[in-house]
Design a protein around this ligand. Sequence first.
Ligand SMILES: *[C@@H]1O[C@H](CO)[C@@H](O)[C@H](O)[C@H]1NC(C)=O
Length: 186
Amino acid sequence: MLPRGFTVFTIFVFAIVPHIIQGSGINEQDVQISMRSSPFETALITLQKQIGFTFQKIGLLRRAMTHASFSEENNKALSILGSNIIETSASLRLLGQNIEISAKELSRRISEVSKVESSCAADALRLGLHKVVRVSSKTNSSAPVVVCGAFRAIFGAIALDVGKSDDAGSIFWVVHGGEVGGVMAM
Ligand SMILES: *[C@@H]1O[C@H](CO)[C@@H](O)[C@H](O)[C@H]1NC(C)=O
């Protein structure tokens, strides 16, 4: 005679465990399918076409399009990297054009290119990022600081994806130049 405990355990293993495993497997698949076909994922595909860059690690773009109000996994740090890339790239350009540029003029021109309200948010809205970036229900995705953070984070994400900042800088100038239309533009 087998002990009762063993019998109960055996019934558990053969009758119940497969259902638990199968059940969780199906759920995972459902989640993945719905993630792939969600409006957010579609917007990420469109955004890549607009900026002319295809991510090896799409998770980086997903994170770039996620505001801190939405998730712990957000674009705050990517946005700092992106901001540095934009400023470095602008400095390089301006000094390349005119090595005699004064420090004051250089600073003024850099801020012209990267300023939140006038430049960064305008670039972001033109790309339609306010319709892409994920925010909490209480957060206004069109607020300059929110869209601007997402915009800068794109360049941080590109640099991380490539492992250097050159491509991110080049793509910034194309997007900043206004050659790229809105994600959701009809
Ligand atoms: C969201 O922010 C934009 C830009 O600052 C503003 O024009 C708009 O009125 C705001 N919307 C709401 C609902 O607060």
